[in-house]
Design a protein around this ligand. Sequence first.
Ligand code: ZN
Length: 228
Amino acid sequence: MTSRARSGGFRLRRLSLVALVGTAVVASVPGAQAAPDEIYQPATWNGYRIYLSPSDQSNGGCGDYLEKTNMHKVAHSAATGTTMGSGSLQDRGYKVRIRHGTLTEGVARSNSWPSDRHIPLHSNARSSTQCGYSSGGTQTYYYPGSTKGEDLARKLKNLLGEVSPGSGSREFVATNSVFYEMYATSMPAAYVEAEFHDWTQGKNWLVDYPSWSWRIGYAVDLHLGYPR
Ligand SMILES: [Zn+2]
């Protein structure tokens, strides 16, 4: 498979050391917040800001899986990648901000930055089982009536769902304000449940995120029409 195919049509331009090392710029937030976000700058900005909000839920799964630990790693990998030309959001020209504060702080920061798209990143589970599920899939959510949110949610579901092991991939309307980040943010948003962590195949795929995290940038690029 060519690198072009692997990275979803992404072609690297303007190599620079800045992109290579993934320089993190700590956001300066008035009031000395305990946990500042990280902001990653691209070598050449395409004009769009993407806010990634990884789960901070202490949900366990198969083995020693911990949702908040893994999904934070997924966010970093999607933002900066692990190798040059990996198709990360930064490589594709996006400014990327990763939430480190509370949900409330994250929503406020995303709204005021302001981000152009807001993407919570989670792994899924049936409520009653620790490691006893038998299927899964990628499930995404969008705010009712948001055509841009629906488009991004569908593209994320398509591109993650074609490689996640479960068979239940689909997108949903976020039907109520339980989806706080979908209801309190002011830009199009797509909430990602990448796979279920309470079945072995799903958990194994979730921790293999370096193989698929670039698909998040690919979906954003397809959704926004490859801004450059
Ligand atoms: Zn971080």
